[in-house]
Write a protein that binds this ligand. Structure first.
Ligand SMILES: Nc1nc2c(ncn2[C@@H]2O[C@H](COP(=O)(O)OP(=O)(O)OP(=O)(O)O)[C@@H](O)[C@H]2O)c(=O)[nH]1
Ligand SMILES: [Mg+2]
Length: 335
């Protein structure tokens, strides 16, 4: 092993050696790849890890996995919008119909098991921004599990969907067990993400779906009693289009982001239209907003003029480190 890998690499490597399941081995390999620094000295090692990874994936998913005939790998979707939330659950709980109703994205809805084979993204509107919502194949389908894992790693929020016409607790347990096998952790409401743990620990929302069926309320109550203090539990019906606004709001809350509008000094405040805000982590500063807009803006920033909740008065001049809040309008002034 080259000496120029970070110390935590050794720890994960030990975990890889000790791993007993294919899932745990894949999880460790992915983590080794993600902590490896980018430079020439690690190219060879990286290639080796990738080969091992694809062998394990093939082992897990069977011989047909990975034979996608040269087309783009559908499990590595580009991220879009203010963040990514992924629908996760057992088969037939209504994930695909929910995605379709919440975002308008075309999905295959089937009254039979395993109807979704590939992830499908949609854009979930909330106020004046969009968040990416992704429909996935059922969590325990061995044929897609390894690649689903990669998608879940790059997800910001887990949306666990269960079916209220069946035993809801049992379904949550199934999902928790599957996520646990991959070493994922569901973060409770307001639980901070542990340092450097973005890939594994995710804020989680429970969606209790098919609220329109007989007996749904009883199942919902059981879920709410058990999990309500830890996770937002949303009662929804894809069929009737119920609970979708609550879902969008919960996703936005879980993402811990805020909207900041940027105004050109050439536009008068009264003519300024609040559209296309920047979407930034809560607590971001003026310099962070400016850098997201354009990296030169960040470098050249002298001060900003600010309107909104975080200003003492309208049109206040603030420095680079001023923390912004949701809905602020800033005008960036450079040197
Ligand atoms: N009554 C009722 N039926 C629903 C609801 N949502 C989905 N269904 C039905 O449940 C079945 C499964 O829906 P899908 O959206 O395909 O479920 P899925 O979770 O995507 O299934 P997989 O792709 O196999 O994981 C279909 O027959 C839907 O019409 C709902 O809110 N209420
Ligand atoms: Mg589906």
């Amino acid at each position: 092993m080259p000496t120029n890998v970070p110390p935590q690499y050794r720890k994960v490597e030990d975990r890889y050696r000790e791993a007993e399941t294919t899932q745990a081995k894949i999880a460790a390999l992915q983590e080794m790849l993600s902590i490896m620094p980018k430079h020439k000295g690690t190219d060879h090692l990286k290639a080796q890890l990738r080969t091992r990874l694809s062998k394990l994936m093939a082992e897990l998913e069977g011989p047909s996995a990975g034979k996608s005939g040269g087309r783009a790998e559908p499990f590595s979707l580009p991220k879009e919008g203010g963040g990514r939330a992924t629908l996760i659950g057992p088969t037939n709980v209504g994930k695909s119909l929910l995605l379709n109703k919440a975002t308008g994205a075309k999905t295959k809805v089937g009254a039979y098991a395993l109807s979704t084979q590939e992830p499908v993204p949609g854009m979930l509107p909330y106020k004046d921004i969009h968040v990416q919502l992704v429909d996935t194949p059922p969590i325990s389908n061995p044929g897609t599990q390894g690649r689903l894992y990669g998608l879940l790693r790059s997800t910001d929020v887990f949306v666990v969907v269960v079916d209220l016409s069946l035993d809801a607790m049992e379904q949550v347990r199934e999902v928790c067990a599957a996520l646990g096998e991959w070493d994922f952790r569901m973060l409770a409401k307001d639980e901070p993400s542990p340092e450097d743990d973005y890939w594994k620990s995710k804020p989680t929302i429970l969606v209790a779906n098919k609220a329109d069926v007989h007996g749904a309320l009883d199942q919902y109550q059981i879920l709410e009693d058990e999990y309500g203090s830890r996770f937002p539990v949303i009662m929804a019906s894809g069929e009737e289009g119920v609970g979708l606004d609550e879902l969008a709001e919960a996703v936005f809350d879980a993402l811990q982001v805020m909207r900041v509008y940027t105004k050109s000094p050439r536009v008068k405040l009264e003519d300024f239209e609040r559209v296309n805000p920047l979407v930034l982590p809560i607590g971001s500063t003026v310099i962070e907003a400016a850098s997201q807009l354009h990296k030169d803006f960040g470098q050249n920033l002298k001060y900003a003029v600010l309107w909104g909740q975080s200003s003492k008065f309208e049109g206040q001049r603030v420095g680079r480190e001023h923390p912004l809040v949701d809905g602020d309008v800033i005008e960036i002034h450079g040197s």
